[in-house]
Design a protein around this ligand. Structure first.
Ligand code: SIN
Length: 493
């Protein structure tokens, strides 16, 4: 162990490149401190992993100014150069994937194999948008009068505020920042104060890739003053946020006076419907993938599992067998499938949902064992769940699989849509007619037929109703960072 490694917290001693563990904010090219710092806790050990500066509103303004200066130059770089730099960033992410995964598991808790998956997932957005940069196209419209052409061109939006959550500390940044950079925008990233180290490592790699100073800035600390400065600034032309609907609508209100562009990826309450004609074993695999990814702490997790009456008991038994076999423990331990929850508040919410369901008649029919101490929530299967229970109305954000019983297809669709949210919805059936009917009727931005996983750069990701505005990934993802300009060229006769 060399000197640099021995100074690292225990969870990070395996880093091949310890300099990726940054404990400072990035403003322009400067790694920056503040008068006050925030502790970051390793959820597996509950010990302090490190600290980051709690930036002031003035320091946030410095980052906005740096992004504004950088934007003026970055937008003018030939698209081939921007694309090559973003692709180089992708390559460095993949070359440093083991270190990025270790940092992610240490600060967020998810199992190391899952963290490695997230690094690949995040990098796939960076690759996608590096390629998409060359396909930013406009068009020409013939004007009614013969002396004029209307050239529809795309301009970068400008300086963008990128506010990201703790559940995917790497991929949510990649999914927002890569299209912004490819479009010619500069960014000020505000990562969650619970998981800032993944963001800082990504920013370090961006500098190494040659992305110019000030194009990526990372402001760390508590959300109120930083968020206030970002949303109040007229220089910030867009805000992209992933997180709860409550905070999203608050940010929306804060952005109203300066009329910013918004992309909001907010809460969900995903239905997962299993019809009598489904392949039940495949449906169990689908629920396990959707419900238990990141310990149930994702916006697209199945939150309400609707099972048709004729197969309810058989499905509950099969799912119970799979859930009981889940290994819960520290994310760095071999074979662990479910890591610690992010904090005690998360555990209290999960307990409240399960207690409420039990008090109203639901039964725990399966439960995986958990370590005797630590920040863990037991994966459970609940049967006899009804719409009056809290689990039906709110995102649990934990490893709880509540099974609702339904009789008819119409009833399943009505129950599935009975929520103000509309991010993801899943259903399993072997009937192609039913597939088409149900797929059309589900109110969600993402609908999965016979799959529990829809996370990929190639598909547009985003919600309807109170689950948000805009789309990330795919062709749509870069349009969020582009303005349409109609350039009227008159006097051409
Ligand atoms: C989220 O939970 O916010 C994102 C999950 C995903 O990308 O699949």
């Amino acid at each position: 162990m060399n000197n640099q490694t021995s100074l690292l917290p225990l969870a990070l001693r395996g880093l091949k490149d310890p300099s990726l563990f940054r404990q400072a904010a990035l403003i322009d090219r400067n790694w920056t401190d503040a008068a006050v710092s925030v502790d970051v806790i390793d959820p597996a050990s509950r010990s302090v992993l490190g600290t980051v500066p709690d930036l002031s509103a003035e320091q946030t303004q410095d980052a906005i100014n740096a992004a504004e200066r950088a934007f003026a130059l970055w937008r003018k770089r030939p698209v081939s150069e921007r694309a090559a730099l973003v692709m180089r960033w992708h390559d460095l992410m993949m070359e440093n994937a083991d270190d990025l995964a270790l940092i992610l598991t240490a600060e967020q808790g998810k199992p190391l194999a899952e963290a490695r998956g997230e690094i690949g997932y995040g990098a796939s957005f960076v690759k996608w948008f590096a390629e998409e940069a060359s396909r930013i196209e406009g068009h020409v419209i013939p004007a009614p009068a013969g002396d004029r052409q209307i050239v529809v061109m795309k301009d970068p939006v400008g300086v963008c505020a990128i506010v990201t959550p703790w559940n995917f500390p790497n991929a949510m940044i990649a999914r927002k920042v890569a299209p912004a950079l490819a479009a010619g925008c500069s960014v000020v990233i505000k990562p969650s104060e619970l998981t800032p180290f993944s963001a800082l490592a990504l920013a370090d790699l961006a500098l190494r890739a040659g992305i110019p100073n000030g194009v990526i800035n990372v402001v760390t600390g508590m959300p109120t003053q930083i968020g206030g400065a970002l949303t109040a600034s007229p220089v910030v032309r867009k805000l992209s946020f992933t997180g709860s609907t409550r905070v999203g609508s608050l940010l929306m209100a804060q952005c109203a006076p300066t009329v910013k562009r918004l992309s909001l990826e907010l809460g969900g309450n995903a239905p997962f419907i299993v019809f009598e004609d489904a392949d039940l074993d495949a449906a169990v695999v689908g629920v396990m993938a959707s419900k238990f990814r990141n310990g149930g702490q994702t916006c697209v997790c199945a939150n309400r599992i609707f099972v048709q009456a004729g197969i309810y008991d058989e499905f509950a038994a099969k799912l119970s067998a799979a859930v009981t076999a889940l290994k819960v423990g520290p994310g760095l331990q071999e074979g662990v499938a479910i890591g610690p929850m992010i904090n005690d508040a998360a555990i209290a919410k999960i307990k409240q949902h399960v207690d409420d369901a039990q008090s109203k008649g639901a039964k725990i029919v399966a439960q995986a064992p958990i370590p005797t101490s630590g920040q863990y929530a037991a994966p459970v299967v609940l049967t006899g769940v009804t719409p009056e229970m809290i689990v039906a109305q709110e995102e649990t954000f934990g490893p709880v699989a509540p099974l609702f019983r339904f009789e008819t297809e119409d009833e399943a669709i009505t129950l599935a849509n009975a929520t103000p949210f509309g991010l993801a919805a899943y259903f399993y059936t072997e009937s192609h007619r039913r597939a088409w009917r149900v797929g059309q009727m589900l109110e969600a931005g993402l609908v999965g037929l016979n799959t529990g996983n829809m996370a990929m750069a190639a598909a547009p990701f985003g919600g309807v109703k109170q689950s948000g505005l805009g789309r990330e990934g795919a062709r749509a993802g870069i349009e969020e960072y582009l303005e349409i300009k109609a350039f009227h060229m008159a006097g051409l006769d």
